[in-house]
Write a protein that binds this ligand. Structure first.
Ligand SMILES: NC(=O)c1ccc[n+]([C@@H]2O[C@H](COP(=O)([O-])OP(=O)(O)OC[C@H]3O[C@@H](n4cnc5c(N)ncnc54)[C@H](OP(=O)(O)O)[C@@H]3O)[C@@H](O)[C@H]2O)c1
Length: 257
């Protein structure tokens, strides 16, 4: 795949969920484009080590680090950003890619599962945005902004899809709306917030998707294929690099009805 070129030199990007899938490919593209990255550690330490080894091999001239972060816990998110600040890094960009997507028949979705999905996807988006912005607002101004935040939400938060993802779709709708509110409020502090809403992407997140749902969904994509995570990384780098996107939810779904 041809790689679009972006310039992240001299900057640091924090990527939650950066040890796998879309988050990892975002971190990978940023280090290739000269930027330092800090990923949230996976709950599987081996996965974190593998991600860091790959990122450092791609560009030994930049820093790739990991700190623990449970995005659904304010205490953990606060500690994550405090640890980054104490390490001396200025946070220029944040990509919030951490997310979960269990697929469960509608009548089988329990309150416990519903709450867990909201906690990671919706509450996590809020907590990461809030604590990232609290760090960024003290940065020196660079062009129009002191920092830029990108939430990875989903087209499911705009067009609901299958009842197996009722909880997920609702959590992503919350993220899409958060972008509008947060961007307007945080503009006063020169912090920019946008969302990338991907369609169907080839990552482990969809491993539990029932085959019949997968087939039905693929038929609805005008490009008749799912995207590679690297294509989402290019969209993310584009949104972070273009100054006039503000409070937007940009869909990348290959055309879908
Ligand atoms: N794949 C798609 O088709 C698609 C489409 C639209 C939107 N998205 C969104 O894109 C984002 C990335 O998904 P992906 O496809 O790259 O999936 P993935 O490979 O499963 O990555 C998800 C990442 O989120 C992390 N994570 C999950 N819960 C967390 C928590 N509570 N705190 C901190 N980290 C947590 C996981 O860490 P662990 O290693 O610890 O599990 C993992 O690194 C998600 O927000 C997802 O909703 C994906």
């Amino acid at each position: 795949m041809a790689r679009a070129s972006f310039d992240f030199s001299g900057t640091t990007t924090v990527v939650t969920g950066g040890a796998s899938g879309i988050g990892f490919t975002c971190a990978d593209l940023i280090v290739r484009c000269g930027g330092n990255v800090i990923i949230s550690a996976s709950r599987n330490p081996e996965k974190t080590n593998q991600a860091l080894t790959k990122l450092r091999a791609v560009n030994p001239g930049v820093k790739a680090q990991a700190f623990p972060c449970e995005v659904g816990s304010e205490k953990s998110v606060e500690q994550f950003f405090r640890a980054i600040k104490e390490s001396g890094e200025r946070i220029d960009y944040v990509i919030n890619s951490a997310g979960v997507s269990p697929n469960t028949d509608f009548f089988e979705q329990t309150q416990e599962e519903w709450d867990a999905v909201q906690n990671t996807n919706a509450t996590g988006a809020f907590l990461v945005t809030k604590h990232a912005a609290l760090c960024m607002k003290d940065n020196p101004i660079n062009g129009d902004f002191r920092g830029r935040i990108l939430l990875i939400t989903s087209t499911n938060g705009i067009n609901s899809q299958d009842p197996v993802s009722a909880h997920y779709d609702s959590s992503k709708a919350a993220g899409n709306m958060l972008v509008r509110t947060a961007a307007e409020f945080l503009s006063e502090f020169q912090v920019c917030v946008n969302a990338l809403a991907p369609g169907w992407i080839e990552t482990a997140l969809n491993d539990t998707l029932p085959p019949d749902v997968k087939e039905k969904e693929t038929a609805k994509i005008w490009m008749r294929r799912w995207a590679k995570p690297e294509e989402m990384a290019q969209c993310a780098a584009h949104i972070l690099s273009m100054p006039y996107y503000m409070g937007q939810v940009l869909m990348a779904d290959g055309g879908y009805r």
